[in-house]
Structures are given as C-alpha cells and as structure tokens.
Design a protein around this ligand. Structure first.
Ligand code: GLA
Length: 390
C-alpha cells in the first residue's frame, strides 16, 4: 500500500515547484496553482453521449508555478524531467509544441481563443497524478494551468468555462477527442463529495460520498494506455453512429427498449455499445439515489454491473482490470470496476474498511498467479478541485 499523507505530499509539491521555478528563472513565481486528478465512481463513456457521470477528485495533484513573461515566449519545465520546452507564443498551435508541453501550451492557445490572453509565461509543473493510469493526469495539468493563467490575466471566468477551455486544449491541441468529465471534475469537485454532472447541459450537483466504515481503493494495473491511439475515438464514432440509426440526438436520448427494438438495424457492435451507454446512465442515477439516501450496500453491485458492461458490451477492459475486479469480489468487496477510459489503467474497489487488507492481498496474489506485474494500490477520498495554493 502507498502510505497516504495527502497534505504533506501537496505541501512538498508546492515547495518543489516554487523552488525549481526560482532555480530556472532566477525570480519568484507570480503564483502557484494545484488541480487534482479524478476517479470516476460510475458513468463511464457516457459523457460524450450527453449522459451522466459521477466522478470525484483525488489527492493527487498537478502543481504549477507560473510567472508571466513579457518577451512573449513560453518556457516550460517539469520538476520530474530534465527537458525544457521553449517556444514563441505566436508559434503555439495544435501540434506545436508536441510532448507534454502540448498541455500547458494548448491551454494558453485555447484561453486566447476564449478572449483570455497573457503575453507569455514561464512554468514549472510538479505532478503526483500517475500518468497513463486512468486518473486524469492530463486534465489536472490543464486545469491548474488554465486557472493560473486566467487569474494572471486578471480575468475571472467561471469554472465551467475554464473546464471547457481545458477540454478544448485536450481535444484540439493534444488530439484526444475526450468528453468533458475530467476537466469538470478537476475544476469543480468538492471535498467529501462526488460531482453528479449532466454532460448535456453541464448542470451539476455535489453528492456526499463519504460513508463511515467504507474505503475506496484505486488499484493501478500499471498497464499504461494511450488514448490517442484511436480506440477511444473509435468507441465515440460507434456511439454516434448508433444514435443516428436510432434517430436520436445522442445515446442519452435512447431507452433500453429503443435499443432492443433496433437490434437488427444496429448490428451486433453498435447494439452492444448502445446497450452499455443506456444502462450506464441508469446506473449513475441509481448510485446517486442510493448515495443521497446513504444506502451504500446498494452501490457495490451497481459498480460491479458497470464493470461487466464495460467489459462485455463496451469492450474497453483488460485482463488485468478484470483480474482486479474478480479478486476484489472474491475477497468480499462491496463492488469494483475499471475507472476512466479503460484499455488498461486503474480499477476502483469499494470495500468495508475492515476487509481492505484481505482485498489487497487477494488482488496481489491473483496478479502473481497470472504473471502480471504487481499493481499499486492507494486508498482515496474525495478532495477539492483546482485552486490557488500560493
Ligand atoms: C476519458 C475521457 C472522459 C471520459 C472517460 C470515459 O477519461 O477524458 O471524457 O469519456 O474517458 O468515461
């Protein structure tokens, strides 16, 4: 188990980002901002179908120290890597720069398109959100940069607008056609709560998620996935094509009966994709109802049903993710599911606190038996969204 000392970890990151900034630039940053990664409790591959999601922010952050640069350049450093990205502000566009610099530069570019402009900036990022693990390291970085630059531009855009700017950076500058969940979660989440979001009109409600005696574990299979490899985009296209055949604006508007009635017209793949989205939206509503009423025992089986649907109908799970879920269930967890886009990454396990050790042991034994690399496990709790920290 990774020992959990959230406040200390964040404090260290803030200190490190500011110190590296001073070292690289010879001046103090104008400010330091932090934005969290997220875990999605339920509602997977529903956001780009105009549906419902219920993510919460976790205590892993992207921390950025920023200072405005009058020479109209972007100089970007990472506290974890040696590389420097140095590019003229006027040269920034989708595809330029590439690599991790595309995230902060893409936000700068998308902010300018929203009328929020800074001349240029120096930035140091210190990240504790694992990359490629399905817990949104990219949204965390985009949101920290977006909030920081907007504040330094003297603008006070609302957080929904900033989340849309961050999403635009990811879609257009990075080239990952994501939905809006991750950026909304990083910007808007609240400690102790999940963000029940309607991805169609972006209305949201904070739902209390802390249940006494229960633990939420994130198990990172350490099978990193790349979402720009086309499989995520392929799922999106299959859903859009299913909605067209069903003659609805988005799969959010279809019922289970509609999907069943059009089984032949949809063909087997689109049928399964649509069945997942429609059933997953219903699961979000069921979990929200149960959480509001504190009926946590009811939530576990819904999470496990979500996993089965992602595995069998949406086909975005992996053998390692399935192994986590199977082992967690065998060890008596209340429920478990892959979280995030899938194709690798992490699973979420909901378990009674008293059974956590058994659950972790069972997962690790199962991985050993199957010759998988040992996963890492961390207990998580819902924390606040993006904010200025210095
Ligand atoms: C990624 C995307 C989100 C969402 C999830 C799947 O995290 O960034 O918008 O589509 O996958 O639920």
């Amino acid at each position: 188990m990774i020992s959990d000392a959230p406040d200390e970890r964040l404090r260290d990151q803030i200190r490190r980002a500011a110190a590296v900034f001073e070292d690289r630039t010879g001046r103090r940053p104008d400010g330091v901002w932090a934005a969290p990664g997220r875990v999605n409790l339920v509602g997977e591959h529903t956001d780009y179908n105009d549906g419902f999601v219920l993510p919460f922010a976790i205590d892993r952050h992207a921390v950025v120290a920023i200072g405005l640069a009058r020479d109209r350049r972007l100089r970007l450093w990472s506290a974890q890597e040696e590389t420097t990205v140095d590019v003229a502000a006027e040269d920034v566009r989708p595809g330029m720069p590439g690599g991790w610099g595309a995230y902060p530069a893409g936000v700068f570019w998308a902010l300018a398109r929203a009328g929020i402009e800074v001349p240029g900036f120096d930035l140091v990022v210190d990240g504790s959100v694992p990359i490629g693990s399905g817990v949104s390291s990219s949204a965390a970085l985009e949101c920290a940069v977006g909030l920081g630059l907007a504040e330094l531009a003297g603008s006070a855009p609302d957080r929904v607008e900033l989340a849309l700017v961050a999403q635009r950076a990811e879609v257009e500058a990075v080239g990952m056609p994501c939905g809006v969940m991750d950026q909304m979660a990083s910007m808007l989440c609240r400690a102790g709560h999940g963000l029940f979001l309607d991805a169609r009109d972006l209305s949201f409600e904070h739902i209390p998620l802390e249940a006494p005696g229960l633990s939420m574990l994130v198990v990172d299979t350490r099978v990193a996935r790349r979402l720009t490899d086309g499989r995520y985009a392929e799922r999106r296209a299959e859903c859009e094509s299913a909605a067209e055949i069903l003659r609805v604006p988005a799969l959010r508007d279809a019922s289970a009966a509609d999907v069943d009635g059009a089984r032949e017209a949809l063909g087997p793949i689109r049928y399964r994709r649509a069945r997942h989205v429609v059933s997953e939206n219903a699961r979000v509503l069921a979990v929200v109802d149960a959480a509001r009423a504190g009926r946590w025992d009811e939530i576990g089986p819904v999470l496990s049903a979500s996993h089965a649907s992602l595995r069998d109908d949406f086909e975005v799970s992996s053998p390692e993710l399935d192994a986590v879920v199977d082992a967690a269930q065998a060890a008596g967890a209340l429920g478990a599911r892959m979280t995030g886009a899938g194709f690798g990454g992490s699973a979420l396990v909901l378990a009674r606190a008293s059974t956590v050790e058994d659950v972790v042991r069972e997962i690790e034994t199962g991985f050993g038996r199957r010759g998988f690399e040992r996963p890492t496990t961390a207990e998580v709790r819902p924390v606040d969204g993006a904010r200025r920290v210095r």
